[in-house]
Ligand binder design. Structure first.
Ligand SMILES: *Cc1c(COP(=O)(O)O)cnc(C)c1O
Length: 339
C-alpha cells in the first residue's frame, strides 16, 4: 500500500481526476478488435490529426508501442539503432530482441543527450552477409526530461532518408517537450515515420499509449498488437480518458514544468546537493551515495517519495503535485539537513 503523501517517483503515479472518470464512465464503446469502438476510433483519428500522420493505434503501454514500432520497421534478423540509455533499448526487458528477433545497436549519448551524427552513421551496417540489416533509428524526446532540439531530430531524419532507413520517436513525453518549446506537436513529429506517445504519464490517464505514423506501418503494428495479446475489446473506456487528457491536460504541463523549476531552485539551496536545472518535469539531484540513501529514507518516512539510486535522485512533477506539495516537500528536505 502506497502511503506517500507526495509521490515524486514518476508521473505515472497520477490517479484519474473526477472529470476524467466521468468521461470514462460515459464513453460509448464497442469491440475494438472488430474496429467497432467509436471512442477508440475517435482517439486514434484525433492523435493522427494532431501529429499530422496518416494513422494511429491505441495500445496498452509505451513499452508495447515502442516494440510494435520496431517490429513494424524491422523483420527477424534486422537491427535498430538507439541510445545506450534509451528506454526502448535499456528499459523494456530486451523485448525487441526476445519477441521481435531484432538486434539492438546501442550508441553512446553525448552530454546533452543526443547521439553524434557521425557515430549514428558509423553504426549503420553496410549490406553484407556478416551483418544484421540496419532498418531504423529510434530517438527519444524528451530524454531524461531534457528537450532535444528539433534541428537535431531533423538532422537525423536527413541521415535516415539518405541511408534509406526508418526513423522512430519514443515520444513518451513529447507533449512535455512541445509545451516547453512552445511548438505544435505536428512540427515536432514531422521528421518521423512513427511516434509513440504515452497518455499515462503527464497527461494523467490510467492506461494507454498511442503509436502514430504511416498507414503501412500502423497496419503492421495492428497485426502485431493482436499477436502480442494487446488487442483490447471495449477499450473506449480507456480511450475516453485519453481524449479527456488531450482536451484538459496538455497546456497545463507548463505548470508541472514551473513546479519542477521551483523544486530545483529550492533543492539547489542545499550545498550537499547538485541539482540539474530541468527543461520539463523531471529534476535530477546528485549527492554522495550514503547521504542520498539517508535522505531518500528520511523523505519516505515523512511521506515524500522520490526515485533514484547510487547518489542520484529523480523528482518528477505531475498532476497530483500542487504548489503546496512542493513547499511541504522542501520543508522535509530542510528538516533532513537540520536547518
Ligand atoms: C514510460 C516510458 C516508456 C514506456 O511506457 P510504459 O507505458 O511504462 O510501458 C517508453 N519510453 C519512455 C521514454 C518512457 O518514459
Amino acid at each position: 500500500m502506497n502511503t506517500l503523501r507526495f509521490d515524486f517517483r514518476s508521473d505515472t503515479v497520477t490517479r484519474p481526476s473526477a472529470g476524467m472518470r466521468a468521461a470514462m464512465a460515459a464513453a460509448e464503446v464497442g469491440d475494438d478488435v472488430y474496429g467497432d469502438d467509436p471512442t477508440v476510433n475517435q482517439l486514434e483519428q484525433r492523435m493522427a490529426a494532431l501529429l499530422g500522420k496518416e494513422a494511429a493505434l491505441f495500445v496498452p503501454s509505451g513499452t508495447m508501442s515502442n516494440l510494435l514500432a520496431l517490429m513494424s520497421h524491422c523483420g527477424r534478423g534486422d537491427e535498430f539503432i538507439a541510445g545506450q540509455d534509451a528506454h526502448c533499448y535499456k528499459w523494456e526487458a530486451g523485448g525487441a530482441a526476445v519477441l521481435g528477433s531484432i538486434q539492438p545497436q546501442p550508441v553512446a549519448h553525448q552530454p546533452d543527450g543526443t547521439m553524434a551524427l557521425v557515430e549514428l552513421e558509423a553504426a549503420i551496417k553496410d549490406e553484407d552477409q556478416h551483418f544484421a540489416r540496419t532498418r531504423v533509428i529510434a530517438l527519444e524526446n524528451t530524454f531524461g526530461g531534457r528537450v532535444l532540439p528539433v534541428a537535431y531530430m531533423q538532422a537525423v531524419a536527413e541521415l535516415t532518408q539518405r541511408r534509406g532507413l526508418g526513423l522512430h520517436l519514443d515520444g513518451a513525453r513529447a507533449f512535455n517537450a512541445c509545451v516547453a518549446l512552445g511548438i505544435d506537436i505536428s512540427v515536432f513529429a514531422a521528421p518521423f515515420d512513427t511516434v509513440s506517445i504515452c497518455l499515462s504519464k503527464g497527461l494523467g490517464t490510467p492506461v494507454g499509449s498511442v503509436l502514430v505514423g504511416k498507414d503501412a506501418l500502423i497496419d503492421k503494428a495492428r497485426r502485431h498488437r493482436k499477436m502480442l495479446g494487446g488487442g483490447m475489446r471495449q477499450a473506449g473506456i480507456l480511450a475516453a480518458a485519453g481524449l479527456y487528457a488531450l482536451e484538459h491536460n496538455v497546456a497545463r504541463l507548463a505548470e508541472d514544468h514551473r513546479r519542477a523549476r521551483q523544486l530545483a531552485d529550492g533543492l539547489a539551496a542545499f550545498p550537499d546537493l547538485t541539482v540539474t536545472a530541468p527543461d520539463t518535469n523531471i529534476v535530477f539531484v546528485q549527492a554522495a551515495v550514503e547521504l542520498e540513501a539517508a535522505m531518500s529514507r528520511f523523505l519516505a518516512d515523512r511521506g515524500v517519495g522520490v526515485g533514484g539510486q547510487y547518489g542520484q535522485q529523480r523528482w518528477v512533477t505531475h498532476l497530483d503535485i500542487d504548489d503546496g506539495a512542493i513547499e511541504e516537500s522542501l520543508g522535509v528536505v530542510r528538516d533532513f539537513f537540520g536547518a
